[in-house]
Design a protein around this ligand. Structure first.
Ligand SMILES: [Zn+2]
Length: 487
């Protein structure tokens, strides 16, 4: 997810929240008068600006008289969320460590490792998070609005369980065999896809960009013009240089009607994803750059991720150019990662629904729910491992979205499902797939997710047929895939 969409998601889902802001041991009172008056005691998330350590950033939004009132979001480049708890009316960060400005990526790690070491029960802390609203109906009142219908999500869940989990399970069984580990896999072994390492791109950063040019030139006249402009006008800052901020995202420069890609190439397959995924976002902006009103240039996030995740699959056309001898390994890994992610992601969403429906569950009951869902969505994982944090079902606490962006996680699954629909179409008829992609993308944000899909003659993920067809195609592809020489 690019930074831009991350910001949007914070705004969209958390704008009702009242933020407490924290920096270097200094706490700032709730920025909302309303909160102060009501002596609000719920779970808060603080934002820490690492870009400008002298300033505590203003809240992302506020809710005044029942209306969401956006605050002008400062131009921060990196946000770290630090969960808070309130003890005797005093605000305490969950972790006593506040990362310094160069350690943004360790914030969550510190948080979780600290919690693990101290056996701190984060579940207790978040009971205020889930308990702040009573039941899913109240979510709406509280401002946690899910933009997709609950019934649709339930339908999607069933299709995931029925069609996708068996395919994902066969992939993981294959992995256990390949790496010589028992099935079901431990958590550590499940992340070891190949003993020989991940697929690696060939050549220098310049070579990868050259391959990008080759790929977009061959794909369509529109993508050719787009990518050549990105290169000619230096709209891709991808080299890792000293002192440069980490991360990668796509942004837009509306005054110039240009997208902009920021990245840090590091010799991994992530470099190719900048050229496919981030450039997928950039291409969608490019196509819609002149659209008026500007608010209709980008659709909602799950719809945006369709642009990028699907472009990754169009990128297979040039897999040999990007990955050389690792091209096949890349394809296999890319497809299996997409197929195994969706059950996990759906579980994260399902879990949250249960938590909001039953806010009075004890921490143990919450862990038990997670463990039960794991049996449904990720049967390839051992539930009796040696690390109690995992075997007792406590590790939902590692999924930061549960704290930061309630009910957002399903967006990834929906977008990934549509991207797999594209993948299946590409296998049959790449030109036809591209026509659908363009029909989808030229609409910008002028319609809702479901309407965008319908107008591009694509199935929606809420239609059972969508995952059914995708899974049949994936199953056949995987069965015929020759893994010889890939260890
Ligand atoms: Zn993205």
């Amino acid at each position: 997810m690019g930074f831009r969409s991350h910001l949007l998601s914070i705004y969209r889902y958390n704008c009702f929240e009242i933020y407490l802001l924290f920096y270097h041991g200094r706490t700032v009172p709730p920025c909302s008068e309303q909160c102060r008056k009501q002596n609000c005691n719920s779970f808060h998330i603080g934002f820490l600006s690492l870009n400008n350590p002298d300033r505590v950033d203003h809240c992302a939004g506020d809710r005044v008289n029942g209306e969401d009132r956006p605050c002008a979001f400062p131009a921060v480049e990196m946000i770290v969320c630090i969960p808070f708890m309130i003890i005797n009316g005093h605000i305490r960060p969950v972790s006593p460590e506040v990362p310094d400005r160069n350690q943004q990526s360790v914030a969550h790690v510190v948080f979780f490792i600290d919690a693990l070491q101290r056996k701190c029960d984060i579940g207790n802390i978040v009971s205020n998070r889930f308990g702040g609203v009573r039941g899913i109906g109240d979510l709406h009142l509280a401002g946690i609005t899910h933009h997709v219908l609950k019934e649709d999500v339930e339908q999607f869940r069933l299709a995931v369980q029925k069609y996708l989990v068996p395919v994902a399970d066969s992939i993981m069984r294959e992995q256990a065999k390949r790496i010589g580990k028992p099935y079901p896999l431990s958590f550590a072994d499940s992340s070891l896809e190949f003993r020989s390492g991940n697929p690696r791109p060939v050549g220098t950063a310049q070579d990868i960009l050259e391959q990008g040019k080759k790929f977009y030139d061959a794909l369509s006249p529109e993508t050719s013009e787009f990518f050549r402009t990105m290169l000619n006008e230096e709209l891709m800052d991808v080299l890792s240089t000293e002192g440069k901020q980490g991360g990668g995202y796509c942004n837009s420069l509306p005054m110039y009607e240009r997208p902009f890609i920021f990245a840090n190439f590091n010799g991994t397959k992530g470099d190719v994803e900048v050229v496919t995924h981030e450039a997928g976002h950039a291409f969608a902006y490019w196509i819609n750059r002149k659209r008026v009103p500007m608010a209709y240039q980008d659709p909602s996030e799950e719809a945006c991720e369709v642009h990028s995740m699907s472009m990754e699959f169009f990128g297979w056309k040039n897999a040999e150019g990007f990955f050389g001898p690792d091209a096949n390994k890349f394809k296999y890994s890319h497809l299996s990662a997409a197929l195994t992610f969706i059950p996990y992601g759906t579980m994260v969403d399902h879990f949250q629904h249960i938590m909001y429906e039953k806010p009075d569950l004890t921490p143990q009951e919450r862990h038990a729910e997670w463990k039960r869902l794991m049996g449904v969505y990720t049967p390839w994982l051992r539930l009796d491992g040696e690390i109690p944090f995992y075997s007792d079902g406590e590790h939902w606490q590692r999924q930061s979205h549960i704290y930061e962006c309630p009910l957002y996680y399903i967006d990834y699954c929906l977008a990934q499902t549509v991207s797999l629909e594209f993948w299946a179409m590409i296998q049959k008829d790449p030109e036809n797939a591209w026509k659908h992609y363009m029909a989808y993308t030229v609409q910008g944000g002028s319609r809702t997710f479901v309407e965008l899909l319908k107008h591009a003659d694509l199935k929606t993920p809420f239609d059972e047929e969508c995952l059914k067809t995708v899974c049949e195609a994936a199953k056949t592809w995987l069965e015929h895939f020759d893994l010889t020489g890939i260890a």
